[in-house]
Write a protein that binds this ligand. Structure first.
Ligand code: FES
Ligand SMILES: [Fe+2]
Length: 436
């Protein structure tokens, strides 16, 4: 179980909190590169509870900084993004992407002290179509993590952002909790729904898998397994990777080059960021199903986005949301799909947000199916405490290559293979050639 004080540590990300301190050791994906245009409008957003702005300057460089002007705290969101920097509209001070004050327009030249003034700017990087932010204190930021999907170019990826209106931990744990697939997403599907030789059949043929779980140098690896009708073992492998990455088994192992981030905007808002390699991907193939189409509700429909607002948490919000009960259709729930909520992502969104803005973890009763969640919480807590008590650098920060040989996905293996053997064979076959 998770105690109230552990829950407090696991869910609070603001400056000075133990988990917030740990998260600040990592590069954080924050925006799509395409959200920022050279000399375009600044974006107002949050990361780890801090109110920030982002802009792209004339040369294409990206600035991410505290939204407050260091003169008298007017918001730089209202600033003018002009010729190599952002100019505060209150008294005209101007800052480049590194936070240097490059013009102190309302001060006579002999009293100018612009060399002593800096906006609180964070280091940024761009890779794979994402803007990354480093909010840590090290003068030299660590390298970006070598996650397989992040080594692809923007053109090779499908990139999905969706804001989730709840704490990052319960959002992330939706990906670690693999046994809900046979209920929330496929509760209305039956063996007859699938073709007899379909690998997808395994999830509904047996909805109570067993698990293996193991801590790794950068997170937690787990596999759900159950016997396959053909005499093999059906494996669903997945990973948690520090500080908020997951690789759930959302595709066949050989095609599932994918990663998902659950980036805390603040304690009650999270940005879901998914990268999917396009090439070779077969997403929930309709051909697996007896009548050639997906079971009702098991598609990817999410009814689209609301128009973005300039609120701190106003980007990438779905039209189907808490305010309209995710457009649940009770008749469809009675007759056709398990939830009456249309689309896998939206079902996850509805359920994790329904737990409350921050889940009261003392109210839970964890079961054997929650072992991967419990292990992951333990691992995060121990890393947070090791940093707080001994200054231990958190997992993966200094070893970005440790992220390389990971993938989530499902496959059938010979029953004689132990989990590690089965998994490592597939990594050697499907992943290693891609990332070396
Ligand atoms: S508050 Fe920004 S220039 Fe004065
Ligand atoms: Fe799910």
């Amino acid at each position: 179980m998770t105690t109230a004080s552990e829950s407090e540590i696991l869910t609070r990300v603001g400056p000075g909190t133990p988990l917030g301190n740990m998260m600040r050791h990592y590069w954080l994906p924050a925006l799509k590169s395409s959200e920022l245009l050279a000399d375009g409008d600044p974006i107002r957003f949050k990361l780890l509870g801090e109110q920030l702005i982002a802009f792209r300057d004339t040369q294409g460089r990206i600035g991410v900084m505290d939204h407050r002007c260091p003169h008298r705290c007017a918001s730089l969101f209202f600033g003018r993004n002009e010729e190599g920097g952002i100019r505060c509209v209150y008294h005209g001070w101007k800052f480049d992407v590194d936070g240097n004050c490059v013009d102190m327009a309302n001060v006579p030249p002999h009293q100018d002290f612009k060399n002593k003034v800096h906006a609180k700017a964070y280091k940024t990087a761009e890779r794979c179509g994402l803007v990354w932010v480093y909010m840590g204190e090290c003068a030299t930021a660590p390298p970006l993590p070598s996650i397989e999907a992040t080594l692809k170019s923007e053109a090779e990826l499908e990139i999905v952002f969706v804001q989730r209106d709840c704490n990052w931990l319960q959002a992330l744990e939706g990906d670690i909790d693999t046994s809900h697939l046979g209920f929330l997403h496929l509760g209305a599907a039956h063996k007859q729904t699938y073709k007899e030789d379909s690998i997808e059949l395994n999830v509904v043929a047996n909805r109570a898998p067993e698990f293996v779980v193991e801590d790794t140098s950068i997170g937690t690896t787990y596999g759900a397994y159950r016997p396959n009708d053909g005499g093999g073992t059906y494996w669903r492998f997945a990973h948690f990777m520090f500080p908020f990455w997951t690789m759930p088994p959302i595709g066949t192992f050989e095609t599932n080059v994918a990663v998902r981030a659950w980036v805390p905007l603040d304690d009650e808002h999270t940005m879901f960021i998914m990268l999917l390699a396009k090439e070779g991907r077969v997403h929930r193939p309709a051909s697996s199903f007896a009548d050639g189409k997906l079971p009702s509700g098991a598609g990817m429909s999410d009814r689209g986005y609301l128009d973005p607002t300039t609120d701190w948490v106003g980007r990438w919000q779905l039209k189907a949301n808490r305010s309209n009960d995710y457009l649940i259709d009770r008749e469809i729930q009675r007759t056709d799909s398990y939830t009456g909520i249309d689309g896998i992502h939206l079902q996850d969104q509805a359920i994790t947000e329904s737990m409350g803005s921050i889940t009261d973890h003392t109210f839970e009763h964890l079961a054997p199916s929650d072992i991967p969640i419990a292990r992951t919480r333990r691992h995060i807590l121990s890393a947070v405490m090791a940093l707080a008590d001994k200054g231990t650098v958190p997992p993966g920060v200094d070893t970005p290559a440790d992220y390389r040989l990971h993938r989530g996905g499902y496959f059938v293996a010979d029953v004689s293979l132990g989990w590690r053997e089965a998994y490592e064979q597939r990594i050697a076959q499907d992943v290693a050639p891609n990332v070396t």
